[in-house]
Design a protein around this ligand. Structure first.
Ligand SMILES: NC(=O)c1ccc[n+]([C@@H]2O[C@H](COP(=O)([O-])OP(=O)(O)OC[C@H]3O[C@@H](n4cnc5c(N)ncnc54)[C@H](OP(=O)(O)O)[C@@H]3O)[C@@H](O)[C@H]2O)c1
Length: 285
């Protein structure tokens, strides 16, 4: 835990750093060094997934870091083809083995597709056995989340969804708050889409604080109590993205950022049947 980071308490009492580090699209051969750099920069929460193909490299970086396990927060995710109660259990065991860990801090259903109700039952057992300290979901729209909560014993601790200035998810966050589900942002910079890093509003607000656009975006999410996991392969940007605890955005600045919301994904719609078919057909080994 770096002194400047902040912990969020999940609905089961588990604490999670509000600012962590994501490794989506970091190639396996680069991931060990990137995670080592991120840990050296001060990150203690790492977000990976079976589908990213880099769990082993994340595990190697953790093992070599010498950082006590209890000081780290490791998240991974189950891919769609592995749903089903028995399959989900095996998929979890494989991820744990690849990571070289005895437990994960957070295990997520990656997509609201396939037989995820069976997977959730397997995950409830993993949680009960202490192999996953918290369990949650990702990419769940509010209707699917509400339904999952209604028909199961354990309420997801987290829903990790696309959240950034162009798709702010305020109604989603309100619904999650009602159910005690923590919102976590993926793609906080919209992966640079819509020219986010040169957006005039964000740049002007940054200039007023001597901060970059990236820092303004992260600060805005932190002030909304959104857990965030920015990705960068560059140590200078890793440090920059951590340096967001020494300034506060004003109400006026928050209102200007709120006006950037388009209410739509800049990537794809999880409710689009073509996307459902594409995601559902994607195989991960
Ligand atoms: N659950 C899901 O379905 C899902 C989907 C997507 C992502 N995620 C998770 O969320 C994490 C973050 O999302 P993301 O990786 O998609 O995108 P992101 O964090 O929004 O953006 C990453 C991009 O921003 C650049 N960048 C990072 N810091 C910067 C800075 N300070 N200044 C300028 N450019 C900067 C990076 O380039 P460099 O690397 O070259 O610095 C990279 O191109 C992922 O790594 C993953 O863990 C989850």
């Amino acid at each position: 835990m770096t002194p400047q980071n902040r912990l969020i308490t999940l609905n089961n009492g588990v604490q999670m750093p509000i600012l962590g580090f994501g490794v989506f699209q970091v190639p396996q051969e680069q991931t060990e060094q990137v995670v080592a750099d991120a840990l050296a920069a001060g990150y203690r929460s790492i977000d990976t997934a079976a589908s990213y193909g880099n769990e082993e490299a994340v595990g190697r970086a953790i093992a070599k870091s010498g950082i006590p396990r209890e000081d780290l927060f490791v998240t991974t995710k189950m891919w769609i083809q592995r749903t089903g109660e028995d399959t989900a259990r095996r998929e979890f065991d494989t991820s744990l083995q690849r990571l070289g860990l005895d437990y994960v801090d957070l295990y997520l259903i990656h997509q609201p597709l396939g037989d995820y109700y069976s997977s959730w039952r397997a995950m409830e057992k993993l949680y009960g056995e202490g192999l996953a300290k918290a369990i949650g979901v990702s990419n769940f729209h509010t209707d699917r989340l509400a339904d999952l909560v209604l028909h199961n014993d354990v309420t997801p601790a987290v829903n990790q969804i696309e959240t950034h200035p162009f798709y702010q998810r305020r109604a989603d966050q309100d619904l999650m708050r009602q159910h005690g589900v923590q919102i976590e942002s993926w793609g906080p910079f919209a992966e640079g889409k819509n020219d986010l890093f040169t957006n005039p509003t964000l740049a002007e607000i940054g200039a007023a604080h001597g901060k970059s656009v990236a820092q303004v975006v992260l600060r805005w999410l932190l002030q909304r109590d959104v857990v965030v996991i920015p990705k960068s392969v560059r140590p200078d940007r890793m440090a920059e993205n951590l340096d967001v605890f020494d300034f506060t955005l004003t109400d006026d600045e928050l209102a200007r950022i709120a006006a950037l919301d388009s209410g739509q994904s800049v990537f794809f719609d999880h409710r689009d049947p073509e996307m459902v078919a594409w995601l559902g057909g994607r195989r991960v080994d």
